[in-house]
Design a protein around this ligand. Structure first.
Ligand SMILES: Cc1ncc(COP(=O)(O)O)c(C=O)c1O
Length: 361
């Protein structure tokens, strides 16, 4: 018997979300960020649904290769840049733009010539992950411009650390400081600008520039605390679902699952659903995490195991094996499950494993 666990990917939701990003950043081109296999939704599937995107952002050259093989003709940007000289001919062959964030990359680019590669020069404005320090940007820009293997247009970019704190008068100091640092470091340099991730597209319209880079919002997910994608007019692109495998009555005082972490406070119905951490559902989701059973919320009880989870059916005593169970989707946003499990929706959708059957809707 095939497992009944499915991840349904809603192409119309992906397109709707892309439209929302365009509406929020009307003067910008929209790059759909499809790192981590399209945030777990399936790289080629997402690219097909988003053929109207102006470009795609990836974290691995192999993903760029897959996109080109799937017929993607828009610009593709390698967001983490390359880290080996052998990557340079590959970038050229695949016509992939690369982020340049480190002096070693300038040397690798200088060592190989051929068709020019478009570079996105990354400025570290305060995230302190990748990027040139503001004081080094002009020198890096001049060195890049002097390389025959680099295209004339150099895009200037940075990445926000906390754009999920909106510009609402009560916070957002770090984002403002990053915008100021970027403006100062790049003043007078030609080329397009790109700063905004999803949260900035939604909450910092003044930062949008020439290219926005939409990841989570493309999939309908919010990174803003206590808000769901729907609060921003987004639609979830993934529904994770399964079925009840069994229903049983368990006596008061009996304990449920591995390590007997949950004790039945009364004689009660318990449901066993065909999903666990082997499918990517978070093992650390505690008792009380909501699940939709036949459209009604019931709580997880006991430990989530590899293939199964147990549900408190006191609110749904008529439940039967075969009843539909939704782990997250339109009615139960992934952000609520993530909140309960102490993580973010991004991590949950990226963690679905290969044994889950993906369905396109
Ligand atoms: C450089 C860069 N730009 C854009 C994004 C998209 O971010 P988000 O998914 O929050 O929109 C990411 C993802 O982390 C990134 O690394």
């Amino acid at each position: 018997m095939a497992r009944p666990t499915t991840a349904t990917i809603h192409a119309d939701a992906l397109r709707h979300n892309l439209g929302r990003m365009r509406a929020c950043a009307p003067g910008s081109r929209v790059m759909a960020v499809v790192k981590a296999d399209g945030y777990g939704h399936g790289l080629e599937r997402v690219a097909r649904a988003l053929e109207g995107a102006d470009g795609f952002g990836v974290a691995a050259l192999s993903d760029a290769e897959r996109l080109r093989a799937a017929g993607v003709s828009q610009p593709i940007v390698l967001l983490s840049g390359f880290d080996e000289a052998d990557d340079v001919p590959q970038l050229r062959r695949l016509q992939v733009d690369t982020v340049v964030h480190h002096a070693d990359q300038l040397e690798m680019l200088a060592a190989v010539d051929g068709e020019p590669i478009r570079c996105w020069l990354k400025v570290d404005t305060g995230m302190h992950r990748l990027g040139f320090a503001p004081a080094d940007v002009r020198d890096a820009h001049a060195r890049l411009r002097a390389l025959p293997g680099v295209a004339d247009e150099i895009v200037l970019m940075s990445h926000f650390a906390s754009s999920d704190v909106f510009d609402d008068g009560r916070g957002g100091g770090q984002t403002q400081a990053q915008m100021r640092a970027f403006a100062a470091a790049t003043e007078g340099l030609g080329g397009a600008r790109s700063l905004s991730n999803s949260a900035a597209i939604l909450g910092w319209p003044q930062a949008s520039g020439d290219w926005v880079r939409a990841g989570g919002a493309t999939y309908g997910i919010s990174v803003v605390a206590d808000r769901t994608g729907a609060d921003f007019g987004l639609r979830p692109a993934m529904t994770l679902a399964t079925r009840l495998l069994a229903v049983k009555r368990v006596a008061r005082g009996e304990r449920i699952g591995y390590s007997a972490t949950w004790e039945c406070p009364e004689d009660m119905p318990v449901g066993i659903a065909a999903i666990g951490y082997g499918d990517g559902y978070p093992r650390h989701a505690p008792a009380g995490t909501p699940v939709l059973l036949d459209g009604v919320e019931v709580p997880v009880i006991g430990r989530v195991s590899m293939d199964l989870m147990t549900l408190d059916l006191r609110g749904r005593p008529q439940a039967r094996p075969g009843d539909p169970v939704v782990l997250w989707g339109e009615v139960l946003p992934v952000e609520r499950v993530a909140d309960a499990a102490g993580t973010i929706g991004y991590e949950l959708v990226c963690s679905i494993t290969r044994r889950v059957r993906f369905v396109e809707a």
